[in-house]
Design a protein around this ligand. Structure first.
Ligand code: NDP
Length: 244
């Protein structure tokens, strides 16, 4: 069945791969991020393949922009079936480095962006008593490593928000599904968001050794979306087979 699927942080990596796969399966996708040139190119590519797609430039740290995205989706496609909170950055560094500016930006994107996405899309789903949130956490939402404390904090928070939402919606009988996806090392632009040279080199070495393509995560998300509506895949951890 064709669904209307909204993806934040869709201009590269996991969001891009997922948007392209879901469009190829006959869904209508709305892609959102800050880099308009990437979004326009993607929409052209999806349409050239016969798919349906639209984009809206959106900074998920701005609540009014996330709310405008919801209005755009309703005006364009009439409903929201799936909302994927995917936008995220990973500027890892040690606490003694005091990189407050980028840590605060990370908290705004990785936590507040998800909060705004849920807050904006939930009323539209509740009106129809159906919907599905896909919230991207990380294996860093399960484990912590030196230099990754704040990133992990944001990804633990994504899991906590998701589980709270899932329980509230189950209690309300609103038939709204919540799926947490926690990937391991996936080949995307994420490592580029690390400014600390030592932390970046260490992370890049790990990724070079084990990473798998973003299409693997896209396949998994499509499986969760396409599962029967009375069944919710609550939480998925997906990592390279050779990653610890
Ligand atoms: P990318 O860097 O390739 O993608 C991140 C996306 O987020 C980009 O499209 C970027 O687009 C967007 N973004 C960043 N800031 C904002 C913002 N303020 N508003 C809207 N969009 C924003 O990395 P990934 O695909 O890897 O990341 C996607 C998600 O997957 C993230 O939440 C990440 O934490 C998570 N993840 C990734 C893993 C990996 O190994 N790659 C492992 C575990 C989790 P733009 O700059 O155009 O706004």
């Amino acid at each position: 069945m064709s669904k209307v699927i909204v993806i934040t942080g869709a201009s590269s990596g996991i969001g891009e791969a997922t948007a392209k796969l879901l469009a190829s399966q006959g869904n209508k996708v709305v892609i959102a991020a800050r880099r308009e040139n990437h979004l326009t190119k993607m929409v052209e590519e999806i349409k050239a393949e016969g798919g349906k797609a639209a984009y809206k430039v959106t900074d998920v740290t701005k609540r009014e922009q996330v709310e405008s995205l919801v209005n755009f989706v309703i005006e364009t496609y009439g409903q929201i079936d799936v909302w994927m909170n995917n936008a995220g950055i990973m500027p890892s560094s040690n606490f003694v480095d005091y990189n407050y500016e980028e840590w605060e930006a990370m908290i705004d994107i990785n936590i507040k962006g998800v909060m705004y996405g849920i807050g904006a899309a939930l009323p539209k789903m509740r009106e129809r008593k159906t919907g599905h949130f896909i919230n991207i956490s990380s294996i860093a939402g399960h484990h912590v490593w030196p230099g990754g404390g704040i990133y992990s904090g944001t990804k633990f928070a994504v899991r906590a928000m998701s589980e709270g939402l899932r329980q509230e919606e189950a209690l309300a009988g609103s038939n709204i599904r919540v799926t947490i996806v926690s990937p391991g090392a996936i080949e995307t632009e994420l490592v580029e968001t690390i400014s600390d040279p030592k932390a970046k080199a260490g992370m890049q070495a790990l990724y070079d050794a084990v990473q798998i393509p973003a299409s693997r995560v896209a396949d998994t998300i499509a499986f969760a979306i396409n599962s029967p509506e009375d069944t919710c895949l609550n939480e998925i951890i997906i990592r390279p087979t050779i990653q610890l």
